[in-house]
Design a protein around this ligand. Structure first.
Ligand code: TTP
Ligand code: MG
Length: 359
């Protein structure tokens, strides 16, 4: 029998760690990377915060104004003031490529899952101790060459590896062998299972189900009737079963842009102009990255109450023109200007456009 052993690597507080290593004066300080806080009036969000800033309650995707408030509270308590920095995506992209190259020095099949995370299949080594050894070498090389720390999870499949990598952040290494996988999941809160977001969490919380072990009492049919196809997948996931392959992907997964308006708005001229501009920017990057086609166009709308809706459409042919991108983005967006997607005429705070399924 061929034992599958998969590892998942995720860098610690990635954007903030890159900034910290590159600017001596930041060493040891709480750091928040993201939109300009404008003394608490800023309207964007936090991209990430380092662990010192997380101790103030500051997290990814939080409104930057909230992060500013929390930093102020900490400062008034005499704690070190947080430093707010803008993002430097090009730089993080370069560092990401260096990290992926280091991983490839040690293993052959690597799936770059996002800018700061990768799965790799090291089944060939066939034994967990040997795999752990390779992972420690990777961590060491990243620390030496890139002055960054990461956390790695090792498990019998991608699901377990991913959850394990998050267990001992930062600078962790968590090994969960196949025989222990099911037990490993049981005490975890449902949110730890990838795909379970706030909505599903709430749905189960209402039924008194908070932990994986509680959910295991639900028969497969029940999960299916609640959640459809995803219910079936979930039934297997909470038992530690997942057979999705580690897939090499050299191509960038998507190109996107978003804009937070300086005031919430429902002014069609302003919104459409913003979409037009984002489409043009995206197409420029599409050309620069030497992409030849895209298949999916997606948009995101965040209302003034922070409710956020995404809509996507996949074409049945590969496209490459601005006209197509613009047409599809507008077709997805127009319903947000009227009853179809916005019956209460809520003002819009942010709009995003993204192209996916790139070649
Ligand atoms: P994550 O790996 O989710 O976060 P992280 O690396 O900052 O921290 P952790 O130690 O918990 O792994 O995301 C990687 C980078 O992606 C992160 O540094 C910034 C960016 N990012 C955003 O811009 N917005 C987001 O909402 C999230 C979650 C991440
Ligand atoms: Mg990370």
């Amino acid at each position: 029998m061929n034992t599958r052993i998969i590892a998942h690597l995720d860098l610690d507080a990635f954007f903030a760690s890159v900034e910290e290593r590159e600017h001596e004066w930041l060493a040891g300080k709480p750091i928040v990377v993201g939109a300009d806080p404008q003394e608490g009036k800023g309207r964007g969000v936090v991209s990430t915060a380092n662990y010192k800033a997380r101790a103030y309650g500051i997290y990814s995707a939080m409104p930057i104004s909230k992060a500013w408030q929390l930093a102020e509270v900490a400062r008034k308590q005499g704690k070190p003031p947080a430093v707010f920095l803008g993002t430097n995506l090009r730089r993080y992209g370069e560092v990401s490529r260096n990290i992926m190259a280091i991983i490839r020095n040690h293993v052959s099949v690597v799936e770059e899952a996002s800018i700061d995370e990768a799965y790799f299949d090291i089944s060939v080594s066939r034994n967990y101790a040997a795999v752990e050894n390779i992972c420690r070498q990777i961590k060491e090389e990243i620390r030496e060459k890139e002055k960054l720390t990461c956390s790695i999870g090792i498990g019998p499949n991608k699901l377990i590896a991913k959850i394990a990598s998050d267990m001992q952040k930062p600078d962790g290494l968590t090994r969960v062998e196949e025989k222990d996988a099911e037990k490993f999941l049981e005490p975890l809160p449902l949110r730890k299972i990838p795909g379970i977001g706030p909505k599903t969490e709430l749905l189960f919380a209402k039924r008194g189900i908070a932990y994986v072990r509680d959910l295991k009492r639900s028969p497969q049919e029940e999960l299916e009737s609640l959640l459809g196809k995803w219910g079936k997948a979930l039934y297997h996931k909470i038992r530690g079963q997942d057979d999705s392959p580690v897939e090499e992907n050299y191509e960038i997964k998507s190109i996107g842009a978003e804009e937070t308006f300086s005031q919430d708005t429902l002014d069609p001229a302003l919104l459409l102009e913003s979409i037009e501009k984002m489409c043009r920017d995206i197409l420029k990057r599409f050309r620069k990255d030497k992409c030849t086609s895209f298949r999916t166009v997606a948009i995101k709308v965040r209302f003034s109450d922070f409710k956020t809706i995404s809509r996507a459409h996949t074409l049945d042919y590969p496209a490459r023109k601005l006209d197509v991108l613009r047409f599809e983005a507008l077709k997805l967006f127009m319903p947000f200007l009227d009853k179809r997607e916005n019956p209460h005429k809520k003002l819009i705070r942010l709009v995003g456009v993204r192209m996916e399924k790139l070649e």
